[in-house]
Design a protein. Sequence first.
Length: 101
Amino acid sequence: MQIESRNNNAVAAFVAEIKEAAMQEFMWDQPVKLSMPGDGDRCINGPREALHCLAEWTDAGGWFYERAKNRCHAALEMNGDLALSRQAFIAAAIDASLQWD
């Protein structure tokens, strides 16, 4: 029983490593440049960076914000579209009254 438990833990750790490595490689075709109040300009290159950026927004919330989070998570889990995650992030930025390019 203990051997089986160790094997299951090893497999779970291996799968987690593969997912983490795969998630780090997802980049958008074009970055999104944001002007963050008090923080200057930021360049967001993909869904992982977008999720980190979204988490830092102080007045976070609303439909566009949640949609962006969901689309970025989906893109990182390989069952979502990268382009849709970028579009959703831009929509959330517009909804938050952030300047983007």
